[in-house]
Structures are given as C-alpha cells and as structure tokens.
Design a protein around this ligand. Structure first.
Ligand SMILES: *Cc1c(COP(=O)(O)O)cnc(C)c1O
Length: 228
C-alpha cells in the first residue's frame, strides 16, 4: 500500500470513530482530500486508493493540476477552497465543480454569469467568519441569511452550504464550540427556508471536533499527503 493509501485509511478510520462517538452515521461525512502544493502524481495515488474529491487553494496551481489530470476528469470532483478575488472567478467557473469560499454577492454573481452553459451548476458553499476576526475572510454570521437567500437565486450556481475555518482552539471543547457557531448559522439559514445540505468544516488537526458539531465534509491535507 502506498503511504497515501495508508493515510487515507487512517483518516477514514478517524471519521468513523468521530461519527460513532457523536452518534452519527459515518456515511453522513464526506472526505475532501486537500492536494494543494502536491503534484498530480499524489492525486493519482489517492484516486487509485478510492478518493474522488480533491480541494485546491491556489487557482493557477489548481487549474494546472486539473489539466494535468484531464484523463481522470470524469472521475474526479474538484473543489476550490482558497480565497477568491473577483478577477479570478472565471478560472473557478470554468474548471471547478465546487467552490467553498464565496463570501460576497458580487463574487457569486460573477461565478454564476461565467459558468459555462455546458457544465452543471457550480456547487457553492458560503464561507462564514465564525470567529468574528476582522481580518479573516468570510461573511459575518449576522449577514449570512441574506447572502444565502441572494445566492440561492443565481442560475449558474447551486447553493449547498457553508464553510468555516475557525482559529485553532486550545482543546476539543473549545474547538467544538467554534464549529457549533458555524452549525448555528447553518441551522438559521435552513430555518429561513433556504435548502442546505453541506457544512464544510474540520481539517487534519480538528476534524473530530468538527464532526461532533455536525460537519458533513472535512477538508484534510496534511494527514493524507504529508507536511507541506
Ligand atoms: C490547507 C487547507 C486545508 C487542509 O489543511 P490540513 O491542516 O493540511 O488538513 C483545509 N481547508 C482549507 C481552506 C485549507 O486552506
């Protein structure tokens, strides 16, 4: 077994254990393998071990990798999870299946307008700033319902949920509390009548706390591919 295959198995085991402790069905949590900074060969190795969904942060790098792996395009699902500038939205709209980092309406409108007609709608999560840190990207929790309602109406997009990247906290309880803040915003948006099914939360170091708070998609890089 390659190291990547063995690491994937370990991460899957962590997901199952975390779900069991939380009284959740392990099938309710998807694994997104974050392949940023790793070569296409690493993605091939993960795919050979059964992994299909991959996340990229840096657009140029991500698009180059998608193109290098064009032979697998129908079998891979590509997620853009990095910060978005409005002059880069076209690359996302034309190459990716999902984007997790939409934090304002202008970006969403551009993605919708630029999504090629021959592709399925771009699957979208809104990034929510659960810490309230002024320098962090993400929509403020109190503005999230309004943004979700607007994005849900855009024809080139399909709103799926929220992404949260809280600061590391000192322990499990504190980390879970931050993720529960994201879960509360998720519930608020659903209570306002907007359909959501995805809470993108949790990374290599904190996926257990995220799953305890209701995450449905963990984004894991280091624990699969190694240190960057
Ligand atoms: C890099 C990154 C990850 C993966 O982080 P690891 O700690 O390596 O698992 C997840 N989400 C986002 C947004 C990232 O930038």
């Amino acid at each position: 077994m390659t190291t990547i295959a063995a690491n994937l198995q370990k991460v899957q085991n962590r997901i199952v254990t975390a779900c069991t402790l939380a009284g959740r069905d392990p099938a309710s949590v998807r694994l997104l393998a974050v392949s940023k900074t790793f070569a296409p060969a690493a993605v091939r190795a993960a795919h050979a071990a059964g992994q299909c969904a991959f996340g990229e942060n840096y657009l140029q790098e991500g698009v180059a990798k998608i193109e290098a792996l064009a032979d697998l395009r129908g079998q891979l699902e590509w997620h853009c999870i990095g910060p978005l500038q409005s002059n880069k939205t076209r690359l996302v709209a034309e190459h990716f299946d999902w984007v997790h980092s939409v934090d304002r309406l202008k970006i969403a409108q551009r993605l919708s307008d630029q999504r090629p007609a021959h592709l399925a709608a771009l699957q979208v999560c809104l990034q929510v700033n659960v810490d309230g840190g002024a320098n962090k990207s993400g929509v403020a929790p109190q503005e999230a319902v309004q943004l979700a309602q607007a994005v849900a109406g855009l024809p080139g997009l399909r709103l799926r949920g929220l992404m949260a990247i809280p600061e590391p906290a000192p322990d499990f309880i504190a980390q879970r509390a931050l993720f529960m803040g994201a879960a509360a915003v998720f519930d608020q948006i659903r209570a306002a009548g907007v359909m959501l099914d995805t809470l993108s939360a949790g990374m290599s170091g904190d996926l257990e706390a995220a799953i305890a708070a209701g995450s449905t998609m963990v984004r894991v890089g280091t624990a699969i591919f190694g240190a960057r």
